[in-house]
Design a protein around this ligand. Structure first.
Ligand SMILES: [Fe+2]
Ligand SMILES: [Fe+2]
Length: 264
């Protein structure tokens, strides 16, 4: 875990980064929206769980949380979910129904604390409305991002993510060309089906985000990005025709292992 930091007067990021050998780092962010009914968005990676809970407590007393919004049930988003629900007895779990069902194969999700959302549904959390939006790219069918109508921010789940050379507090801290390449490659790696979509259909999906025009993008996998929505959408429009990402193979693994052995 990295040090939590405040991005807007009422939104804090709980950042972590995950090393990807030979490529760089994948940011892994959760967020606290200090709404009248405070909301935690995602719960980090399981390997960081102890540190995650400590970081959360520096930002908010978990007893004050009213909502935990799970963007999807991938392991880098659910790492501390059970601990958070225990520490935050008044919080409800805002989640897609399928995500709850999938998690229920591993542990008993308390159904009476769950609030099921589909894309387009919204909840009021006191001073603002949070609307579930399925982003144009996703790696999990249960994905619901959030549009916050007060901060005009889009919490975009894995979408707009990118592998970057070193951890950074803001997207502006990453050189533009490197950021662009990181976003395009991540989109191909995380949503490989993007290479099969009709470009026109995909453009329409991107236009829907353009119409919402979020002022800040809070991706789970990129440092917070202010004023970059148009630029990012242009990058993503290039992804269907880009070279598909291919995961490293056994030969690469052996090279990495040899380097590690050489380094010890
Ligand atoms: Fe994911
Ligand atoms: Fe993720």
């Amino acid at each position: 875990m990295d040090k939590p930091h405040q991005v807007t007067p009422d939104i804090e990021v709980l950042p972590a980064h995950f090393p990807i050998p030979g490529m760089g780092f994948l940011p892994v962010n959760a967020f606290v929206i200090k709404a009248t009914e405070p909301v935690l968005v995602d719960t980090g990676m399981g390997m960081d769980s102890e540190e995650f809970m400590k970081a959360l407590r520096t930002v908010i007393n978990p007893q004050d949380l009213r909502w935990v919004w799970l963007t999807h049930d991938d392991l880098d988003h659910t790492g501390s979910l059970r601990k958070v629900l225990e520490a935050a007895p008044r919080a409800r779990l805002a989640v897609n129904a399928l995500a709850m069902l999938r998690m229920s194969s591993a542990w008993q999700v308390p159904m009476d604390r769950v609030y099921w959302l589909n894309s387009g549904d919204s909840i009021r959390v006191g001073d603002r409305r949070l609307t579930a939006i399925r982003p144009p790219l996703f790696d999990n069918p249960t994905t619901i991002g959030i549009y916050d109508d007060k901060s005009e921010a889009f919490f975009s789940a894995d979408y707009f993510g990118g592998i970057i050379p070193s951890p950074a507090q803001n997207a502006d801290d990453v050189p533009e060309g490197i950021l662009a390449q990181g976003i395009i490659r991540w989109a191909s790696a995380d949503s490989p089906w993007v290479h099969m979509v009709q470009p026109r259909e995909f453009s329409r999906a991107l236009e829907r985000i353009q119409q919402i025009a979020p002022k800040i993008i809070f991706s789970a996998h990129l440092p917070p990005a202010r004023g970059k929505t148009g630029q990012f959408l242009e990058l993503l429009a290039r992804v269907p025709a880009s070279t598909p990402f291919v995961a490293p193979n056994q030969e690469t693994l052996e090279q990495i292992l040899a380097q590690m052995r050489g380094g010890t």
